[in-house]
Write a protein that binds this ligand. Structure first.
Ligand code: AMP
Ligand code: DBH
Length: 540
């Protein structure tokens, strides 16, 4: 077991095994079983490449051997930052078989995030594409390697430049020790609300349960074709039921390098895609594009939308325009995932964010004092269960706040429950901006801006946005003449912050409004910017 990963108390673990949730499966063994039963079926479609289960299985063995030769050992951390390519799955399953632990970075992360993941996790290896979306990851890797002593190895999918090509690692399979099902299998990342992102340890047992149950809820089977349009490393397309749930069910995963209609629609037609997952802004783009598209989307049976609140108005257009069922998904990389069910009445599918996967997902809705609210009232959602973590990796102090003494995760989301136990997301108390599904921790951006010489103080808040739901606004008290917004923008880019976290707007202000106890009132700042936007909209 890896130190620094809080686990379930033994009595809970015993219950989860007893109930049949944790079945002692591991990812490596799961792929082997599918290769035996569905060996010649196609597992992964990536451009013109089609890998059968047998091929994926063989690649995982051979790459695991190659990584071992490079010095990657069981329990070592490996930062994986790959776009939606077949290699992402070869790498994941190779690491799972080896018992080395991927840290799932997103392609949008830049030097600030990646160097933090590498240092904090003491990663020994970093796996990247050569270029993606106009960005050269080899330059990034060079910077990171220069300042991260633990990082011994960089592998590149594509042209390796000064590093090693992933393709050159494939070696003859060797015998490997088998990871234990209760071991951590990888780290997901939290959108977070604090200064630095948190690492989320997920075990084989708990994650496989969540994707097996998700696949069942979504009716996946060997005939299912799942289009992965969101970034593959994100928890939603990875596990709800996502690519791994599809592979669990023996279905086919089709990879879209980009989620835009011009890329995704032809793939849906060509591959006869049955299901996919989108965040709300993308779903809206698809709804705009579909009526005039020349591609046949009729194979699509289910469109999942989640990551941020999907408005009921947009939700009701999904059926008529795309000719498929909508499923709302409210989940988190920490664990708990809620789905509307495929046979739920419209009322529920349009107006709620679903109900939990498991009968043993425990839900509490509490007020500021931590007391249960009256049924149907709004409060913070706390949760505990067979696939919700009991703590972040090496974060004892933060865990004491983010988890209750009896192990409930404090989601920071404000919800209410319907009498049938469906969750409606009403808002949030965590200091985070949800930019159309991309989460931005206010404090992380504030800390960086405070380092700028012309910034005396700063508060980052959300502002309403028709398209993304929310965008980010930084209120700045300047030191002397206010700097130009472009200068602050450039400053954050130079620091290596992911672009989606850079504030969309800077507002300069003399003093912050305060709450009764003298704290900055972010609520008042949100209202100020919302009013300003409203009045400019009225003028134009
Ligand atoms: P993360 O912790 O980064 O995995 O992000 C999970 C968070 O995304 C949740 O705690 C919610 O705040 C938000 N979220 C996810 N799905 C939905 C949804 N369907 N509606 C509203 N918020 C959502
Ligand atoms: O936003 C999320 O993190 C999310 C949304 C839907 C998630 O992790 C999930 C489903 O599993």
């Amino acid at each position: 077991m890896l130190l620094g990963c809080p686990s379930w108390p033994e009595e809970f673990a015993a219950c989860y095994r007893q109930a049949g949730y944790w079945r002692g499966e591991t990812f490596g063994a799961m792929l082997r079983e599918r290769a035996i039963t569905h060996g010649n079926e196609i597992a992964i479609v990536c451009g013109e490449r089609r890998w059968s289960y047998h091929e994926l299985d063989a690649r995982a063995d051979s790459l695991a051997a190659g990584l071992l030769h490079c010095g990657v050992k069981p329990m070592d951390r490996v930062v994986v930052q790959l776009p939606n390519t077949a290699e992402f799955f070869a790498v994941c399953f190779a690491l799972f078989r080896l018992g080395a632990l991927p840290v799932f970075a997103l392609p949008a992360h830049r030097s600030l995030e990646i160097s933090y993941f590498c240092e904090f996790a003491e990663a020994v290896a970093y796996i990247i594409p050569d270029r993606f979306a106009g960005f050269d990851y080899r330059n990034l890797a060079e910077q990171i390697q220069a300042k991260t002593p633990s990082l011994r190895h960089v592998s590149v999918v594509g042209d390796p430049g000064a590093f090693t090509a992933l393709d050159a690692l494939y070696a003859d399979p060797v015998d490997l020790p088998k990871p234990h099902p209760s071991d951590v299998a990888f780290f997901q990342l939290s959108g977070g609300s604090t200064g630095v992102p948190k690492l989320i340890p997920r075990t084989h047992d708990d994650y496989i349960y969540s994707l097996r149950a998700s696949a069942e809820i979504c009716g996946l089977d060997a005939q299912s074709v799942y289009l992965c349009a969101l970034p593959a490393a994100h928890n939603f397309p990875l596990s709800s039921p996502g690519t791994l749930g599809t592979l669990y069910a023996g279905g086919r995963v089709v990879l879209a390098p980009y989620p835009s209609p011009d890329v995704a629609f032809p793939l849906i037609e060509r591959e006869q895609v049955t299901m996919t997952a989108l965040a709300p802004p993308l779903a809206m783009i698809w709804l705009e594009a579909a009526p005039s598209s020349r591609y046949d989307l009729s194979s699509l049976r289910v469109l999942q939308v989640g990551g941020a609140k999907f408005s009921a108005e947009a939700a009701q257009r999904v059926g008529p325009i795309l000719g498929c069922k909508l499923q709302q998904v409210y989940g988190m990389a920490e664990g708990l995932v809620n789905y509307t069910r495929l046979d739920d009445p419209d009322e529920i599918v349009l107006h709620t964010q679903g109900r939990p996967i498991s009968p043993d997902d425990e839900i509490r809705v509490v007020d500021d004092a931590g007391c249960a609210v009256e049924p149907g009232q709004t409060g913070q959602l706390l949760t505990r269960g067979p696939y919700t973590i009991r703590g972040y990796y090496k974060a004892e102090e933060h865990n004491a706040q983010a988890f209750t003494a009896d192990g409930f995760y404090c989601t920071g989301d404000l919800v209410r429950l319907t009498p049938e136990g469906y969750v409606i997301v009403e808002g949030r108390i965590k200091d985070q901006i949800n930019r159309g599904g991309d989460k931005v921790a206010a404090e992380e951006v504030e800390n960086l801006l405070l380092a700028h010489p012309a910034v005396h103080d700063v508060a980052v808040v959300s502002m309403p946005d028709q398209f993304l739901g929310e965008r980010t606004c930084a209120f700045v008290i300047s030191r002397g003449t206010p700097p130009k917004a472009a200068e602050l923008n450039a400053f954050l880019r130079e620091r290596g912050l992911a672009i989606y976290k850079i504030p969309d707007r800077f507002e300069f202000i003399d003093a912050f409004p305060q709450t009764g106890v003298g704290k900055v009132s972010k609520q008042a700042l949100r209202e100020t910017i919302a009013q300003r936007l409203q009045s400019t909209a009225n003028v134009s």
